[in-house]
Structure formats: C-alpha cells, structure tokens
Design a protein around this ligand. Structure first.
Ligand code: GDD
Ligand code: MG
Length: 335
C-alpha cells in the first residue's frame, strides 16, 4: 500500500453538520440553505466535501433546516465521495446532530462543519490523530478576532488544555480557534445524550479534554463563510488558492477575472472586477458591472447596474442602473 494511502483506515467515514438556519445570510437562506450558496463556482458544501479523503467510505450529512433541498441537490449533483442524508426533525444542535446521525460511524471518524473553507492535508490530520492516540484531534486556525469562534489553549505537546466557545476577547486563551474539522474516536458519540439539543462545543468538549484532545494547527487559508462578508472573503481565498476553476470571463464580457460562470449565462457587454460567481442561467445586461459578488441561478442584473460585495439570490432581479454595495438580496416575495 502506498505511503499516502489511508492504509488500514480505508473504511473511514465522515459526519458533516448541515443544520442551522443560516440567519446571518437571510433573506437568501429563506429559500436555500447556506450550504448550497455557490462560492467560486460551486456550493459551499462541495468545497467542504473536497477536503475529505477521496477514498472515504461515506459522508453522512446531518441535515435539519431545508433537509429536502439538500437531499435533492446531492442526488442531482453527486459529490466526489458517497453521501447519505440523515435529517433531524427538530434542530438538535451540533452535538445532538452528531448523535442523531452518527449511529454507523467508523472508528475514528471525521466530523466537520459545512460552512468552513480551508486548505488542509487530511492525511496529515489523520496521521497526527493516530500518533497522539487521544480521544480526538481538532484542527485549529489562527485568527485575530476570536470572538465568533471556539478558542483553544494548548500545552507544549499541542494537547488542548482549555476550550472556550465564543469568549469575550479579553478572556480568550489564545488566537487558535476550532476550524470546524475534527477527528474523533467513535466512543465520543456514546457520551452525547440522545433525543435532545446538545452543543458539542460547550456540553461535550469538557469531558473530551480530560480524555486527551489534541490540536492540529492549520497553516493554509481558512474562513467560516457564515456571514456575507466572510462568505465573499472565502470565495476570494478559494479563487486565489486555484479552487475556482479557470476563472475566465463570460463570452463577450470585459474586465478582470476570476469569474466562475455557470451554464447558460448571458453577459455580453457587461464588465467584471475580480472574484465573481455567476450561477446557471444568469443574465447580466450590457453596461452592468459586477465585482466581488455571488449571483445565483436565474438572476437578472439590469443594464448599467453596479453590483459590488453583494450576494444576489436565485431568480432575483436587479433593476437597470441600480447600485448594490455590500447587500444581500433575494427574489421579491421571499423576504
Ligand atoms: N445537524 C445540525 N443540527 N447541524 C447544525 C445545527 C443543528 O441543530 N446547528 C448548527 N449546525 C451546523 C451548521 O450548519 C454548521 O455547519 C456547524 O453545525 C456549526 O454551526 P454554526 O452555526 O456555523 O456555528 P458557528 O460558526 O457559530 O461556530 C462553530 O464553528 C466555528 C468554526 O467555524 C463552532 O464549532 C466554533 O467552535 C467554531 O470555531
Ligand atoms: Mg459557522
């Protein structure tokens, strides 16, 4: 077996958390779950699945809000690893979602949030987890503002000694935050109470620190795409990291890429700045300009409109000459 294969761990499974209402991305998330918002040419969820080992046995998608939309999308667009959806009737939180969907996990298994983009070597994470032989390994990203995240304190051996979810800046123990991808022994699931909402970060983590949880410090880019500004920043990082396809301008358009262009886009006479995703069937009329934005399937950008730093939802229509700056808009009638 090659040194870069998973060796005896080829039966690895992953659990992907896809609940949550995406409140910070409303009104677009009234109609589609945030994980299906495209960035750098494909839904956020598919960039997340790209991080998993290609020979993964399956990724179990722990869905909640808009679970039917996610099931339909993955059925129509099969990801590069096999996926299976396990919906929850009521939101169970991160720990509750793991318990509900984790009945058939491998030992160990990969657990990940579905709204983070990252540059990481999953085999290096799995190898560290095997070597440290604790109950699990949490990847950590270094950020300046730790307040929206879970923050870890580490000892000299990178064992996590303390974990605080969303601390006030003055009490944050470090700048190393939970990057949203971890590896756990299957037994971790046994410690989660069934049938009720459980926060993995606050209710489960304390006991896992006692059992030995290690940090794996990421070196590459990382972003949580859960707010409009961070979603667009994630898109930029993906494009700059070469994960947004060719980035060529649509036919008949001018300006600067990268632009990820879906099928059936019409954009003759439009201009582009960098970092744009255009979904399938988008129309950008002559003289319109778009930069640093996401325009979803079927949207129409009117002649001469100017769209910057914005997210335009499916089938939304931006009037001729309108200026959109750092806006998030959905089709009228959906919020
Ligand atoms: N199945 C299920 N059920 N999934 C859920 C639920 C639920 O009730 N609630 C949230 N999720 C999913 C979200 O879809 C997301 O993928 C993940 O769990 C984390 O939820 P977020 O709402 O995005 O949490 P956060 O960004 O505030 O904080 C989390 O992620 C940070 C990194 O981005 C925490 O894990 C932090 O510790 C971490 O630093
Ligand atoms: Mg998040």
């Amino acid at each position: 077996m090659g040194s870069d294969s998973l060796g005896p761990m080829t039966a690895m499974k992953a659990l992907v958390l896809i609940g949550g209402f995406g409140t910070r991305l409303r009104p677009v998330t009234y109609t589609i779950p945030k994980q299906l918002i495209p960035i750098a040419g494909k839904p956020m969820l598919y960039h997340v699945l790209d991080l998993l080992p290609p020979d993964l046995e399956e990724a179990v998608l722990a869905t909640g809000y808009k679970s039917a939309e996610i099931a339909a999308y993955v059925a129509a667009h099969p990801p590069r690893v096999p996926v299976r959806c396990v919906p929850e009737a009521e939101p169970l939180g991160t720990g509750g979602g793991m318990k509900n969907a984790g009945a058939d996990m491998s030992d160990p298994f990969i657990c990940m949030n579905s709204d983070v983009i990252a540059e990481l070597d999953i085999h290096a994470v799995l190898e560290t987890n095997r070597r440290k032989a604790g109950v699990g390994t949490m990847t950590l990203a270094r950020v300046e503002d730790t307040s929206p995240y879970g923050v870890a304190a580490l000892d000299a051996d990178d064992r996590i000694t303390r974990f605080v979810e969303k601390p006030r800046p003055e009490v944050a123990p470090s700048h190393w935050i939970n990057a949203g991808l971890s590896v756990w022994r299957r037994s971790v699931l046994d410690g989660i109470p069934p049938g009720r909402p459980v926060s993995f970060e606050t209710e489960v983590m304390p006991s896992l620190l006692e059992r030995g949880t290690y940090g794996f410090r990421l070196g590459g880019f990382w972003e949580d795409a859960g707010t409009p500004a961070r979603l667009l920043r994630a898109q930029q990082l993906l494009f700059d990291g070469g994960r947004g396809g060719s980035g060529a301008l649509p036919v008949g358009a001018t300006g600067r890429g990268p632009v990820a262009t879906g099928t059936g886009v019409s954009a003759r006479g439009a201009t582009f700045g960098p970092y744009v995703t255009l979904g399938a069937g988008v129309t950008v009329e002559a003289g319109a300009h778009i930069e640093n934005s996401v325009v979803m399937d079927g949207a129409i950008i009117g002649a001469g409109a100017h769209v910057a730093g914005s997210i335009v939802g499916p089938s939304a229509r931006i009037a001729a000459g309108q200026r959109l700056d750092q806006a998030i808009v959905a089709e009228e009638g959906n919020g």
